[in-house]
Structure formats: structure tokens, C-alpha cells
Write a protein that binds this ligand. Structure first.
Ligand SMILES: [Zn+2]
Length: 318
């Protein structure tokens, strides 16, 4: 009898330990950054910075899956890190990497640092990715990732709005806010995607109760960046949680968006053109909170003390 009780106590202890361990493990968000083909030449540096910033929170572990790319006429296969990797790599002759097939199922979250003119992923990889997101995986896209894959229907549903790549009214409405604060879905003919010269611009929060934006000043100044305008896409199951006023269109363009794709959550951030744009404390905070939200539906990270104000941007020193 005594032995039986001993065994029972022991089993319960083991079980309790397993439960605690499982809970602890659950809190770490397993993240995969995908990159390799981006017209923004600083993509290797930006992947590195994001990985570093995410891991510094203690909330994320970050792996990188890098598609093959051509640099200075030579082909490189997918590898990270690469010794002596330059911080900039120009996009040359992008072509589909048939071996690019990350095991998405090992992760809670994928961040895309692909860009304009990236070659399509192999079809099997596209299908695996669609399944991963539809079954509850998280996705973060920023800046030129919304230029990628204009012909991939599911991807365009995930990101809601995109630009360039011959996107027009055939791909969906141009969505923006007017001066009266009304959300407009404009189906009239027009090109999808444009931007004026780089500048500092104000981000206006449209949903102050969303976990990503809650606690941010209602208006904050972003560091110098491109401000995308006239993005077009299916814009289904999408909420614009922040906008920015663009001079070229005189409209409040979507800046931060949240979407659902099946059971998956997507965070879409139009910012992040170059290193000084990524260094913005507002950009980084949005990305870290957006990543947590996309993976879990909740945000536990606080707004940092050096967050930008309405008229003053704030940069992180790397
Ligand atoms: Zn750009």
C-alpha cells in the first residue's frame, strides 16, 4: 500500500512537472524569418536586427530560412548565418528556389522579409504555408513583403493589401480613410502601390483598444521611411489599426493592419524601408507586439519609455 501511494505521489509529481514545463515552453514563441529575395538591399542586415531585437525580449526564439539568391553573379544556396555575409545584397535574376521548403509546422510564427520581384515559392511550399496559416499559424509582413507574390491568391488574402507587381483594380479595392474619418473601399480603376520621397511621418492609431496599439500615443512620429500609398488587394477580414497621411494622395493610408486567414492571425506593417526606418522605437515596438499578437492573440510587452511622441521620433541605437 505504502509503495502504491509512493508511486502515485511520484506520478503526480512527474505529471505536474510536465504540465509546468509545457506551459513554460508554450510561452516561448517559435519564430521563423523567411528571406533571400528582396529589392531592398539591406535585407540581410534587417533580418539580423529583427532576430536580435526579438530574442532580446526573451519571448521569441528565431530561426531564419533563406531562399537561394544570386549575388555578384554567383548563386548562393539557403544558409544562415553565412560567414562574412555582407549587410547588403542586391536582387539579381530572382528565380524560384526549388529546395526552399521550410518546415513551417515547427513554428508558431513566420515573418516575411521577402520583397518586390521575389520569385514565387515552389508550389508545394506555398500549399504548406497556406495550411500552416489557415490552421492557426501567425504571420508578420512588413514593408516590401506586401510587394511580393502578386499572383499568389492565398498570400494576397493573408496580407489584405499589396502594391506593385502589376497590381490594379483587378486585385481589389484601394482602401483608405478620408478626412472625415470614413473607411473607403475604392473600386475605381488604378494602379496598386506608390510612394513619395522618404520622410518622417506621423502614425495615427485608429483602434486604441487593439492589443498591439493599446497604450501607444494616439499619434506618434515615425523616423524617415517610405510611406506607401494606393495599396490594393482583397482586403477581407482586415482591420486597419493605424494610418498615415500621405501628401501625394491627400489620404490617410493604411499603416498597420490586422487580418484573419482561416484560424491564423496576420499583422501587416507598411514601414521598414531601410535600417534607420527599422531603428524607430515605434516600428520596433509595433513589430514585437504585432509578432506576439499574431502568434498568441495577446500582447504582454509594455510600451517602452523612449516611445516616440506626436512630434518627436525616437531611434534605437544598435
Ligand atoms: Zn522601400
Amino acid at each position: 500500500m505504502k509503495n502504491k501511494i509512493k508511486i502515485l505521489v511520484l506520478s503526480l509529481t512527474v505529471l505536474a512537472t510536465m504540465v509546468v514545463t509545457a506551459q513554460e515552453k508554450k510561452q516561448i514563441i517559435k519564430t521563423l524569418i523567411v528571406d533571400g529575395q528582396n529589392n531592398h538591399v539591406q535585407w540581410p542586415k534587417i533580418t539580423h536586427l529583427l532576430k536580435e531585437q526579438m530574442e532580446a525580449t526573451g519571448l521569441f526564439t528565431v530561426d531564419v530560412a533563406r531562399s537561394a539568391y544570386t549575388w555578384q553573379g554567383k548563386e548562393f544556396i539557403s544558409e544562415y548565418p553565412i560567414d562574412g555575409l555582407p549587410t547588403t545584397i542586391a536582387l539579381e535574376k530572382p528565380k524560384t528556389d526549388q529546395d526552399f521548403n521550410p518546415d513551417f509546422s515547427k513554428y508558431d510564427l513566420v515573418i516575411s522579409n521577402f520583397g518586390w520581384n521575389a520569385a514565387p515559392w515552389p508550389e508545394a511550399t506555398q500549399k504548406n504555408f497556406e495550411k500552416f496559416i489557415a490552421e492557426g499559424g501567425g504571420l508578420v509582413v512588413f514593408h516590401a513583403a506586401d510587394n511580393s507574390f502578386p499572383k499568389w491568391e492565398a498570400y494576397n488574402k493573408m496580407i489584405g493589401l499589396g502594391g506593385w507587381g502589376d497590381r490594379t483594380e483587378k486585385d481589389g479595392p484601394y482602401v483608405y480613410y478620408n478626412d472625415a474619418g470614413e473607411l473607403i473601399r475604392d473600386n475605381s480603376p488604378g494602379k496598386g502601390g506608390s510612394h513619395g520621397p522618404e520622410l518622417e511621418y506621423q502614425i495615427k492609431i485608429r483602434n486604441t483598444e487593439h492589443p498591439i496599439t493599446k497604450g501607444m500615443p494616439e499619434v506618434w512620429m515615425h523616423t524617415k521611411d517610405e510611406l506607401y500609398n494606393s495599396l490594393r488587394g482583397p482586403a477581407e477580414n482586415m482591420e486597419i489599426i493605424a494610418t498615415a497621411y500621405a501628401e501625394p494622395t491627400s489620404r490617410h493610408e493604411p499603416a498597420l493592419m490586422v487580418l484573419n486567414y482561416g484560424d491564423g492571425r496576420v499583422f501587416h506593417n507598411i514601414m521598414g524601408h531601410i535600417d534607420y526606418s527599422v531603428a524607430c522605437v515605434g516600428f520596433l515596438t509595433s513589430m514585437l507586439r504585432g509578432a506576439e499578437w499574431a502568434a498568441t492573440g495577446e500582447v504582454t510587452q509594455a510600451i517602452p519609455d523612449d516611445f516616440p511622441t506626436a512630434n518627436k521620433s525616437s531611434s534605437k541605437k544598435f
